[in-house]
Design a protein around this ligand. Structure first.
Ligand code: DX5
Ligand code: ZN
Length: 209
């Protein structure tokens, strides 16, 4: 399994110094962009992504938890995103927005919140490189893993034979819950489990193992 590290729970006053020692261990950096409207929290946006971009060639995985992502896609590409994930539940033309992401030669991801069913996104699967299954209600790091995500991941796993997308899971992944998603997730997203660990590098290694 590949690991995408969510930066949300790290110290933003010293972000690059906190993250750099971990770059070698991870496959993606996960950028949780929140607008206070789509989710009840405001996180960060373009400037942080642009700043981190200068210090690494690591793939940046940008998770847009914003109401209307479409007008901002180009900005997030220019800031340095390699993969941009939008929410099925956002208020935009999802298919057009996915196509727009791909028009910039960037990978397109589609995320579903805990209450959204896989059946609802079937028609969009031919257009996505990644399906991100939320295993918490989006908005905050450090929440508890919702096992209802597992059934959806199993459904998606079967659909992988027909399409070309990867499956990722986001929310509440730690050394205990990770065993549930083995064989189902291609990419795990982890934030607080790493940020709060005594030994971050060992924790990343254990999560990926
Ligand atoms: C939640 C975010 C997640 C979150 C992960 O809205 O999309 O990426 O920060 O954090 P943990 O691993 O702490 O659940
Ligand atoms: Zn996320």
């Amino acid at each position: 399994m590949k690991l995408s590290l969510s930066i949300l729970d790290f110290d933003f006053s010293d972000l690059e110094r906190e993250l750099k020692p971990l770059y070698e261990q991870i496959d993606y950096l996960h950028m949780d962009v929140m607008d206070g409207v789509f989710v009840p929290n405001i996180s960060f946006g373009l400037p942080i992504i642009k700043s981190l971009r200068k210090g690494t060639s690591l793939e940046f995985d940008t998770h847009l938890m914003i109401t209307n992502p479409e007008p901002y896609i180009e900005d997030f590409v220019k800031a340095g995103s390699d993969l941009i994930t939008i929410h099925y539940e956002s208020k935009c033309n999802v298919l057009e927005t996915l196509k727009k992401i791909k028009s910039f030669n960037v990978k397109a991801g589609l995320s579903i919140k805990p209450k959204t069913k896989v059946e609802e996104i079937l028609e969009l699967l031919p257009y996505v490189d990644l399906v991100l299954v939320m295993s918490v209600e989006p908005g905050f790091g450090g929440q508890k893993f919702m096992p209802s995500a597992l059934e959806k991941m199993a459904q998606l796993k079967e659909l992988q034979a027909k399409y070309h997308f990867e499956i990722s899971v986001d929310g509440g992944i730690n050394l205990t819950t990770v065993s549930n998603v083995k064989g189902l997730a291609d990419i795990i997203i982890a934030g607080s489990a790493v940020a709060k660990a005594n030994n971050r590098i060992e924790t990343i290694k254990a999560l990926k193992a």
